[in-house]
Structures are given as C-alpha cells and as structure tokens.
Design a protein around this ligand. Structure first.
Ligand code: COA
Length: 184
C-alpha cells in the first residue's frame, strides 16, 4: 500500500471509483454517481486517497463545504454569544473502502479536513466543523473531539460539532497591506 492524498479532479477517471465500497450504501453510491457532478458544480470540494501500488486506485475520500449552522443547535456546548446563523465548515461525506479500513486512513483525512478548515477560517471565517454522523461512526468522531449536539436523536444520523477554538486556533494578527493604484 502506497497511499497519497490529493484534491479530487472531476476531469480525471479514477481506477476503482465505480467499485468503491465503504460498506455504507448511501456513501458508496454517492461516490459512484454524485461525487463528480457535485464537485463539478462546486457544491463541495473533495480530497481523495489513492493507492499508487494499485494503479492509483480510489481508496477513500471526504467532501467539505461551507455551512451556516443555526445557533440553537450549538446551545448545549455553551460557546458564548453567537450570531443566529453562525458560519462554519461542514464535513459532508467521508468513507474508506472496506479493503483499507483500520489503517488510520480516515484519521489522516480528518486531520487534513481540519487543516483545510483552519485555512478557510483565516480567509473568510469559520467557527468550527459541523457534520451529520452515521450512528456507527459516532465513536470515530468522538475520538477526534467532536461533540454530539442532540443526544436524543441517536441512533438516527446525529449532528456533531468541533469548535475551531478547541483545536488551538488563534485568529491571525498579521497586518495585510495592499496598495491601490488609480490611473487618474
Ligand atoms: C468510519 C470510517 C470512515 C473509519 O475509517 P478507518 O480508516 O477504518 O478509521 P481509522 O483507521 O482512521 O480509525 C481511527 C480510530 O478510530 C477508531 N474507529 C474507526 N471506526 C470507528 C467506528 N465506526 N466507531 C468507533 N471508533 C472507530 C479506530 O479504532 C481508530 O482508533 P485508534 O486511533 O484508537 O486506533 C470507515 O469505517 C467507513 O468508511 N465507514 C462507512 C462510512 C461512514 O460511516 N462514514 C462516516 C459517515 S458520517
């Protein structure tokens, strides 16, 4: 196994994308049918893991998008005063092919997703990461520090959140100057 992470390019054909099987029907069929059109329309951005030892086989992925979270959903986390609609990043989909599970590949994708979120926060604001977790994946996200927003909903897909402040992010204090030249 020689796995590499890259930005998903909808213009490319990925070996094994149509056979991808993460043992979750909705997520696997998303990869087969909807990943390419969704990225083409810029509805989300995807990062993929490919295995160079297997003709760059598609072995895992996540998609991320901007999101506005209703502040009422965050009330149990006691994060102080926030706007009614708070900007955040949303992890939309995540999956690892069944042949590659249990090798920390999903953790590696999540670390990358948090790095992407930090960079989004720097450029245009993002209070944290929101996701809807499959009941069987709750423990995976809890290990990464995500908190359940509505315990009563389990075992349905459950909303989870990780505030940016909890991963040691500080807003930049760098001063950015840009000169504007006028012709007249
Ligand atoms: C959930 C999923 C992404 C995990 O992928 P993976 O590559 O096997 O996970 P990792 O090897 O990176 O696991 C990292 C840690 O989380 C734990 N973990 C993995 N899956 C878990 C789960 N479902 N529940 C609880 N803990 C889990 C691992 O034991 C490991 O713990 P450790 O660091 O103490 O050893 C994968 O099983 C999958 O694709 N599932 C189907 C799709 C899905 O449910 N996606 C999430 C939808 S919201």
């Amino acid at each position: 196994m020689n796995v590499e992470l890259s930005l998903y390019n909808p213009a490319l054909i990925y070996t094994g994308q149509k056979q991808f099987d993460c043992e979750h029907t909705v997520i696997s069929s998303f990869v087969h049918n909807s990943l390419k059109p969704q990225v083409k329309k810029s509805l989300s951005v995807a990062y993929v893991l490919t295995d160079a030892d297997e003709m760059n086989r598609f072995v895992g992925f996540y998609t991320i998008a901007q999101h506005m979270i209703d502040v009422a959903l965050l009330s149990s986390l006691e994060l102080g005063s926030l706007p009614r609609k708070t900007p955040c990043s949303r992890l939309v989909m995540l999956g690892i092919d069944k042949r590659y599970k249990g090798q920390n590949l999903a953790s590696m994708l999540m670390k990358h997703a948090l790095t992407v979120m930090r960079s989004i926060a720097k450029q245009m604001g993002s209070f944290g990461m929101y996701l809807d977790a499959d009941p069987l994946a709750l423990g995976f996200y809890q290990k990464l520090g995500f908190a359940l927003l509505d315990e009563n909903k389990a075992p349905e897909p459950s909303s989870m959140f990780l505030p940016l402040s909890s991963i040691g992010y500080e807003p930049s204090t760098e001063i950015v100057h840009k000169k504007i030249h006028r012709s007249s």
